[in-house]
Design a protein around this ligand. Structure first.
Ligand SMILES: Cc1ncc(COP(=O)(O)O)c(C=O)c1O
Length: 377
C-alpha cells in the first residue's frame, strides 16, 4: 500500500479509537425544522438557521428568480467579471443593520476571517484573542504571522494584563472575540472590551456569525464580521466597517480578490432575508424565547442566545446522548474535541423561530429524565 493511504488509515484508526472520527450522514431537509435521515423523520435542534429563513417562500423565490435571470454562477472574482448590482444592494443592507459606512461580502464567514485579519495586521503586530474564539478567527490570526496572545474566556482582567504587557512592543494591535460564542451560547462583554481596546490603541473585531440578525446594541465596534449562512438563511460572510477599512479590504483581502464571487441566487436570497429581518421584530425575537422556554423547563440558567449547550464530558457520553435523542425523533449532534476543549464534549442545542413549544417540552423532558438524571445516578 502507498505511504499516503497508510498514513491516512493510521490517522483515522487513532481518531476512531478516541471516538473522534467524523462521518457524514445523509440528511434531507423537509421544511423549517424537520429532516429525514435513514428514512426516518426527525425534528432538528442543531441548525443555525435560527429564523428558518432558508425555507421562507420569499427567500427561495428571490434565489430562483435571480438564478433564472442571471445564471447559476458568478464566473470569476468580483474584481474581474465586474461587480454584480445585487452586491451593492446586499452590502448597503448589511451596513444599515450594523450601523456602519459600508460592508464587504466574502464567499463565506470562514473566508472573511482569513481575509480580514491578515489585511489589518502582520509580522511585528499583536493579536489578543479569546481562547474560545472560532477556529477561522484563529486561522486568520495564524495566517497574519502576528504575535498572538490568548486570553481566558471573557476574562477582562486578562485582556488588560496582556495588552499592558505586549502592546507597546508591537506596531498595530487587534483584539479578537466572538460576539455570541458558537459552542457555549454566551456573549462577549463587548462594551467593556471596546473600552479596553480604545485605552490601548487596539482595534476590536467581533465575529458575530451567530448574532448576524441582531444589531450591535449601540456599542462602538470598528470591525463587525458575520455570516449570511446562519440566521440570514443564505450563504456568504461579511465585514461591516468604515469606508476606508472596507475599501482597503476590497483592495487587499486575498480571499476576496482571488476567489469567485457568490452566485446571484445566493446574494438575492441574502437581500430578501435581510428585508424580512428588518421588518419582522417578532420573528427575530422568537428563537431566544424558545431557548428560554427550554432552559426554564430544565431549571437551567436563562440563556444569553438561542444556543444551549448540555455539557457531558467525554465524547462517548455525548455520542450516546445524541443517539438516544435520535431514537426519540430528535436530531441533536454531539460536539467533541477539537471543536470544544478536552473533557467538555456536549450536546449543542439550537432553537429557532419554527420550533413548536410541545416539541421543546418533549425534548426537555427526555434530556432531564434520560440524560441528566441518568448521569447523576
Ligand atoms: C463564530 C463563527 N464564525 C465563523 C463561522 C464561519 O462562517 P461560515 O459558515 O459562513 O463559513 C462560524 C460557523 O460556521 C462560526 O460559528
Amino acid at each position: 500500500m502507498d505511504t499516503l493511504e497508510r498514513f491516512a488509515e493510521a490517522k483515522l484508526a487513532a481518531l476512531s479509537e478516541q471516538q473522534l472520527r467524523r462521518t457524514l450522514h445523509e440528511t434531507a431537509p423537509c421544511g423549517p425544522v424537520r429532516v429525514k435521515r435513514n428514512g426516518r423523520p426527525l425534528i432538528s435542534f442543531c441548525s443555525n438557521d435560527y429564523l428558518n429563513l432558508s425555507q421562507h417562500p420569499a427567500v427561495k423565490r428571490a434565489a430562483v428568480e435571480a438564478t433564472e435571470r442571471w445564471g447559476a454562477g458568478a464566473g470569476s472574482s468580483r474584481l474581474v467579471t465586474g461587480n454584480h448590482p445585487l452586491f451593492a444592494e446586499l452590502e448597503r443592507r448589511l451596513a444599515r443593520l450594523k450601523g456602519t459606512d459600508d460592508a464587504c461580502v466574502f464567499g463565506s464567514g470562514y473566508l472573511a476571517n482569513l481575509g480580514i485579519v491578515p489585511t489589518l495586521v502582520g509580522a511585528g503586530d499583536l493579536i489578543v484573542a479569546d481562547e474560545l474564539s472560532h477556529a477561522c478567527l484563529r486561522a486568520g490570526a495564524a495566517l497574519s504571522r502576528s504575535h498572538v496572545e490568548i486570553f481566558r474566556h471573557n476574562d477582562l482582567d486578562h485582556v488588560e494584563d496582556l495588552l499592558a504587557t505586549h502592546r507597546a512592543s508591537h506596531e498595530r494591535a487587534l483584539l479578537l472575540t466572538d460576539g455570541v460564542f458558537s459552542m457555549d451560547g454566551d456573549l462577549a462583554p463587548v462594551a467593556a472590551l471596546a473600552e479596553i481596546a480604545a485605552a490601548h490603541d487596539t482595534w476590536l473585531m467581533t465575529d458575530d456569525a451567530h448574532g448576524s440578525a441582531w444589531s450591535a446594541a449601540g456599542t462602538e465596534v470598528p470591525l463587525q464580521m458575520g455570516t449570511l449562512s446562519k440566521a440570514v438563511g443564505s450563504y456568504g460572510g461579511y465585514l461591516c466597517a468604515s469606508q476606508a477599512v472596507i475599501d482597503l479590504i476590497r483592495t487587499r483581502a486575498r480571499p476576496f480578490i482571488y476567489s469567485t464571487g457568490l452566485p446571484p441566487g445566493v446574494v438575492a436570497a441574502g437581500i430578501a432575508a435581510l428585508d424580512l429581518i428588518a421588518n419582522d421584530p417578532g420573528l427575530v425575537a422568537a428563537p431566544l424565547r424558545k431557548a428560554a422556554f427550554f432552559c426554564a423547563r430544565l431549571n437551567l440558567p436563562a440563556p444569553e442566545s438561542c444556543i444551549v449547550p448540555i455539557l457531558l464530558g467525554e465524547p462517548e457520553r455525548a455520542l450516546a446522548a445524541s443517539r438516544l435523542l435520535e431514537d426519540e425523533g430528535f436530531l441533536v449532534t454531539a460536539i467533541r474535541p477539537p471543536t470544544v476543549p478536552e473533557g467538555t464534549a456536549r450536546l449543542r442545542l439550537t432553537f429557532s423561530a419554527g420550533h413548536d413549544d410541545a416539541d421543546i417540552e418533549w425534548l426537555a423532558d427526555i434530556v432531564r429524565e434520560r440524560i441528566l438524571d441518568h448521569d447523576e445516578r
